[in-house]
Design a protein around this ligand. Structure first.
Ligand code: BGC
Length: 756
């Protein structure tokens, strides 16, 4: 087995007995690891967007209460900020709160890819794109860990739905895992050295993540260099011994000693080598040392953190539509605020991430504060589920207000109970009474603004064209009310961008026919074509594409230049200018499109981005350094990243759809580095191999008479028909007969290091 521990780690646990070491590998209770002599207990709590520290009855589904802490914007919002500096700052504050609440490890970030907009936990996740997810996930970990608190990067891996989440097998081909579902984890591991990784509940291609040695050891530790501890999701271990052998260090929560006894018995009867126990115990001891707290932790500054939560929320709001500069609101406008969410905001989701907020900003109050009590009038327009018998009356009251106002702001969205851990959504629709309110208001109001509160995206079609402005307000955390007021009034210039596509219909989404699977399996049949990769490649229109987001100012791009450097690397520069009349932040998005090659690639993929704040008229040149991976696909035959030789397009734009500048670069790729041949490589692969091909032709023609040679030349085209044949079959055909021995020699020639 692979010993990943250091001498120092070994030293701290070598004096422990087998019983003590085994005790370290399973939780003491719901939220802590068992203490043993020299290794105090470690407290681990959720996560990701607040510290959910429970004092009384414990649970991981958000039923019982927890100590007050700041509810920062959930992942869906932070993902839309496209701002790693901001996310790192939030991470620092989370780490600070964790310390104050005596927490050693915070269970976040949650960095699963949003494969389907229906996933019940999309409100916790960052994006449908691995780069956005990875860059922001790494920033979060840096922030949390800067405070001496460990992060737990979850849920590894291919956990992209809630339906049957504890048993389902995510059936995903390796290329798709490597290109879509792994890169964010890989980036976080390589860039920010997380203290722990949490393995997911589900199976991957039939094997539980918790028992998957390829996943937890070969890929995570050996390939990516992960140095921390692997923790199970709560209740994700089905076979403790198999899990230990796979590389799962700590089982959470504990099982009242049952699995500790199993581990001891397995070592004693020889079915489990003691090295597994030693290695994992050493990792837990190292985790404890790395995340140890002092006895004198002080309280966090709730006001300061609330202010940060407000700033972060404001940077995450996405202005989707703003016809005729409807927003920002003009001073003196008479405003009708409609919809119960304005007074009872929806700001987080259900389940283990549920935070007991220190306070909650109410959008209506914040708007009144900003615009003046007398300028803002309110009607609920609909009622919380179960209380409505007078829907029509509520709507009439709202439309009466809307008629008399200069502008109406309609707050609609999904209730918290609709979006939660543990189940997926059934559709992407807003509640019918919310839609009815929008329609009714839009038909009488001078101007209508819709503010959405939702964790995952919703369909806008039935009413989209009837309203003047749409503000995607996500689940914004406890200070969302203030942040919405900041954006509506123009105090903050919106700068969020969609980190996930808003489709026109659920049926238009890539995973539609394969979500959430059946008979215990979910087939990731769309492969790498997830989210915008699908829409852009297949040409399926979206209501709002990935990357979209408006501002109260305007930006232009110029002087795009791209040049290749080194071995299949590139440097790209582009100048962005604020062409409007107010300060604003833009997100420069850079996409790469690959030439046709041996695998089908998406039309374009986001390969770099940067958020920049510019004064009116100011320009800035942004430089992106692209490494080889930005151009590579994962070659499942050779188990390596490969680059197709040829011309790549380099594109900058306002979204995955609205590309405004284009350039190209040409890369040598793997032209000079062909794969080694085998007997089952095709005739084409043999004949076109740069070294072996000519040798092969020479060998064959050498034995021919002049007449036969001329005939063979005439048959060159005919050879194409045999191109797809494996060489071992072709070589035996009458009239061909290439000796096996010669083939073996040529195979060796194809392995020459200079050609790898
Ligand atoms: C969730 C994890 C969470 C854990 C502890 C599980 O149900 O999937 O995200 O960290 O519970 O609450």
């Amino acid at each position: 087995m692979n010993h990943q521990t250091t001498d120092a780690n070994e030293a701290s646990t070598e004096s422990l007995s087998l019983k003590e070491k085994a005790a370290l590998l399973s939780g003491r209770d719901f939220w802590s690891a068992a203490p043993v002599p020299g290794v105090p207990s470690i407290v681990m709590v959720d996560g990701p967007h607040g510290v959910r520290r429970q004092e009384g009855t414990a649970d991981n589904l958000g039923f019982h209460s927890s100590m007050p802490s700041t509810c920062f914007p959930p992942g869906t919002a932070l993902g839309s900020s496209w701002d790693p500096d901001l996310v790192e700052e939030v991470g620092r504050a989370l780490g600070r709160e964790a310390r104050a609440l005596s927490v050693n490890v915070l269970l976040g970030p949650a960095i699963n890819i949003k494969r389907s907009p229906l996933c019940g936990r999309n409100f916790e996740y960052l994006s449908e794109d691995p780069l956005v997810t990875g860059v922001l996930g790494a920033a979060y970990v840096r922030g949390v860990q800067s405070q001496g608190v460990g992060a737990s990067v979850k849920h590894f891996a291919a956990n992209n739905q809630e339906t049957d989440r504890m048993r389902v097998s995510s059936d995903v081909d390796e290329r798709t895992l490597r290109e879509i579902y792994f890169p964010a984890f890989e980036r976080v591991v390589r860039d920010s050295d997380p203290a722990t990784i949490m393995c997911s509940y589900n199976r991957i291609n039939g094997t539980y993540a918790s028992e998957n040695r390829w996943l937890l050891t070969d890929v995570l530790r050996t390939e990516w260099g992960f140095r921390g501890a692997v923790v199970s999701d709560w209740g994700a271990v089905s076979n403790r011994i198999a899990a230990l052998k796979a590389g799962l260090d700590l089982e959470m929560p504990g099982t009242d000693g049952a699995t500790v006894a199993e581990v001891i018995a397995a070592v004693e009867d020889g079915s489990l080598a003691s090295e597994y126990v030693d290695a994992s115990a050493a990792r837990i001891a190292a985790l404890q040392r790395r995340t140890a707290l002092g006895d004198d932790e002080t309280a966090f500054d709730a006001d300061e953190h609330h202010a940060l939560a407000r700033r972060a929320a404001a940077s995450s709001i996405v202005l989707l539509r703003n016809e005729n500069n409807t927003l920002p609101l003009q001073p003196g406008n008479a405003v009708a605020v409609l919809g119960e969410f304005a007074a009872k905001p929806r700001y987080q989701g259900g389940g283990s991430s549920h935070v007991n907020a220190t306070r909650v900003d109410v959008p209506l109050d914040e708007l009144r504060r900003a615009l003046g009590e007398d300028r803002v009038h309110y009607a609920p327009g609909y009622g919380s589920a179960g209380t409505v018998s007078n829907a029509a009356l509520l709507r009439t009251e709202a439309t009466d207000l809307a008629r008399g106002a200069d502008i109406s702001i309609v707050f609609v969205g999904l209730e918290e109970k609709e979006e939660s851990e543990g189940f997926d959504r059934a559709n992407l629709d807003l509640p019918a009474d919310h839609v009815a309110l929008i329609q009714a208001v839009a038909s009488v109001s001078a101007r209508t603004v819709v503010v959405l509160s939702n964790g995952g995206v919703v369909i806008l079609e039935p009413w989209h064209d009837r309203v003047d402005a749409i503000v995607e307000g996500w689940a914004l955390g406890q200070a969302g009310g203030g942040a919405i007021a900041d954006v509506l009034t123009g105090r903050t210039n919106p700068s969020g961008r969609l980190a996930e596509t808003i489709p026109c219909r659920l049926n238009d989404t890539a995973s539609f026919i394969n979500f959430p699977g059946e008979a215990g399996h979910v087939r990731y049949g769309e492969g790498v074509l997830v989210g915008y990769r699908f829409h852009e490649t297949v040409g399926v229109p979206a209501r709002y594409p990935f990357g979209h987001g408006l501002s109260y100012t305007t930006f232009s791009y110029s002087n795009l230049s791209a040049r290749s450097v080194g071995l299949d690397e590139a440097t790209v520069e582009v100048t962005v200018t604020n062409t409007g009349d107010r300060v604003g932040a833009d997100v420069v998005q850079m996409y790469v499109g690959a030439p046709a090659g041996p695998v089908r690639t998406p039309a374009r993929e986001l390969r770099a981005f940067r958020k920049v704040t510019l004064d009116p008229g100011e320009s800035r040149t942004v430089t992106f350094d692209l490494d080889r991976r930005a151009f590579a696909y994962y070659d499942i035959t050779d188990h390596r990243w490969a680059v197709t030789p040829g011309r790549y397009s380099i594109e900058v734009g306002r979204s995955s759809r609205a590309i405004t500048s284009r350039s190209t670069i040409t890369l040598d790729g793997d032209a000079g580095r062909p794969s080694p041949l085998s007997l089952t490589s095709t005739v084409e692969e043999w004949f076109t191999h740069p070294v072996v091909g000519p040798l092969l032709i020479e060998g064959i023609t050498a034995s021919l008479t002049e007449e036969q040679r001329q005939a063979a030349e005439g048959m060159q085209d005919g050879l194409k028909m045999a191109y797809s044949m494996p060489m071992n079959q072709f070589a035996k055909f009458p009239g061909v007969t290439i000796p096996l021995e010669s083939l073996h020699q040529l195979i060796e020639a194809s392995k020459e290091p200079s050609f790898q």
